[in-house]
Design a protein around this ligand. Structure first.
Ligand code: GLN
Length: 261
């Protein structure tokens, strides 16, 4: 006989959320029913989840969802798992324009859709477009949408020919290809993480092409690596001004906002 309490005592990584997931019970219910004896089917399912978690599968890929800002998002191994630091981009974007006026906003490389979906839900007046180069990923984003968002397939601005926006936002891949941190991220799509030798290949592409896709006084807002702010400022200085830099909640340089000259 194995009870919930036996599992709670086991010291297994993420045992509480894994029990919640396998038994479909809240944390409070697990405590209340701690004497409950798992049947064979429940044990098999839970042990399988524990094994996957212990061999490195992120919990979000086991539960199939992850919270971001005020919403829950469906995620699959085709999508990057939403990171709390990306919430910074939402705060910056929501502060930028009047909530009740109409603005064209683009989320480039949307992944699970977190940026476009969150902003669209907060400010339904704004017109959101979201792109991704992967059709599987774009399908997930579409399933996560709460409001009317235009989803367009393509690599960076190839997805938005002849379109212009008031604000372009992106959390592109920005990790250096030989960064050791990547060893911890092997379950996530590498195309959403890695961007060439110094992590700046995609950021450079976006900065170079954004001017053709920005309306007068339009803004570009990017998430980036903690050590990339200086190089990105340099890349932006050609076509952009009023550059503002932001730190994430761990006090690391994480985002940059610039207006087209
Ligand atoms: N912030 C993520 C990480 O370091 C990377 C996300 C990205 O490359 N856009 O885990």
């Amino acid at each position: 006989m194995v009870t919930i309490q036996d599992y709670l005592n086991s010291g297994v990584i993420d045992v509480v959320p894994l029990l919640s997931l396998a038994l479909n019970k809240s944390h409070a219910q697990l405590i209340a029913y701690h004497d409950y004896q798992l049947n064979n089917e429940e044990k098999t399912q839970l042990n399988q989840l524990i094994k996957q978690r212990q061999t490195g599968t992120p919990f979000a890929y086991l539960s199939g969802k992850k919270g971001f800002y005020h919403l829950d998002f469906k995620v699959t191994p085709n999508t990057l798992i939403p990171r709390p630091e990306t919430e910074l981009l939402i705060d910056i974007a929501l502060d930028l324009f009047d909530k009740n006026q109409i603005y064209e906003v683009l989320d480039l490389g949307t992944g699970s859709g977190i940026i476009a979906v969150t902003i669209g839900d907060k400010n339904p007046q704004w017109c959101l477009t979201a792109t991704d180069f992967s059709i599987d990923t774009l399908n997930i984003a579409q399933q996560n949408a709460k409001t009317n968002i235009k989803f367009q397939l393509g690599n960076w601005f190839e997805a938005t020919p002849n379109q212009t926006f008031d604000l372009i936002i992106s959390n592109p891949p920005y990790i250096k290809q030989d960064d050791l941190h990547l060893n911890d991220l092997s379950f996530e799509p590498q195309s959403a993480l890695v961007s060439g030798k110094n992590g700046l290949d995609d950021i450079r592409t976006i900065i170079d092409n954004a001017p053709q896709h920005l309306n007068k006084k339009g803004y570009l807002l990017l998430e980036h690596g903690f050590d990339q702010q200086q190089e990105i400022t340099q890349l932006l200085s050609h076509n952009f001004f009023k550059i503002q830099k932001f730190k994430d909640y761990n006090h690391r340089n994480r985002a940059i906002l610039a207006q087209i000259k």
